[in-house]
Design a protein around this ligand. Structure first.
Ligand code: ATP
Length: 144
């Protein structure tokens, strides 16, 4: 693990987006703390990253106890539970986390997350669809 003393990442929520994000960062050699409130998810990923812990990220004390302030980047990868996503992002902001990345599923959610101070908002389906669309438009499809 080459870069472990440079950047520290925490990923909250081990759905498809969160688990793939944590996996990519971990494979690049970074330390990754993964957090999920679902014990089953925590067990499934228990050996996949540096640390995998069970906690409710809407609980400010739980976040502080995990030393969330020590992380350079915290990714909020909670998709379905919009309230938990927003509450978590807000708590992280209030605690003073340096760089918060939050996942959004709708234009309104993007707006809300930006307003409460997420440093970066990603909308996985939109971003990926745009990337593929640009790629298709710039490729001469007739070549295939
Ligand atoms: P994806 O498209 O990434 O799969 P998803 O809709 O599957 O998104 P969700 O299942 O909604 O994502 O949530 C991702 C994870 O976040 C779940 O494993 C869920 O247990 C976890 N999660 C939800 N709320 C909290 C919370 N308050 N604290 C910690 N983890 C949470």
């Amino acid at each position: 693990k080459l870069k472990s003393d440079t950047k520290q990442f925490a990923v909250i929520g081990l759905g498809r987006f969160g688990s793939n994000m944590a996996m990519s960062l971990y494979k690049m050699g970074y330390d990754v703390l993964a957090i999920d409130k679902n014990m089953k998810k925590v067990q499934d990923f228990s050996n996949a990253f540096t640390h995998v812990v069970q906690a409710d990220s809407t609980d400010e004390n739980a976040l502080r106890e995990l030393g969330i302030l020590n992380f350079d980047v915290v990714v909020v990868a909670i998709g379905e539970d919009i309230e938990a996503n927003i509450m978590t992002t807000l708590q992280l902001k209030e605690i003073g986390v340096k760089y918060i990345v939050s996942m959004a599923r709708s234009p309104l959610q993007i707006k809300v997350l930006e307003k409460i101070g997420a440093d970066r908002v990603v909308a996985p389906e939109r971003d990926m669809a745009q990337r593929v669309a640009y790629n298709l438009a710039s490729t001469n499809v007739m070549d295939y």
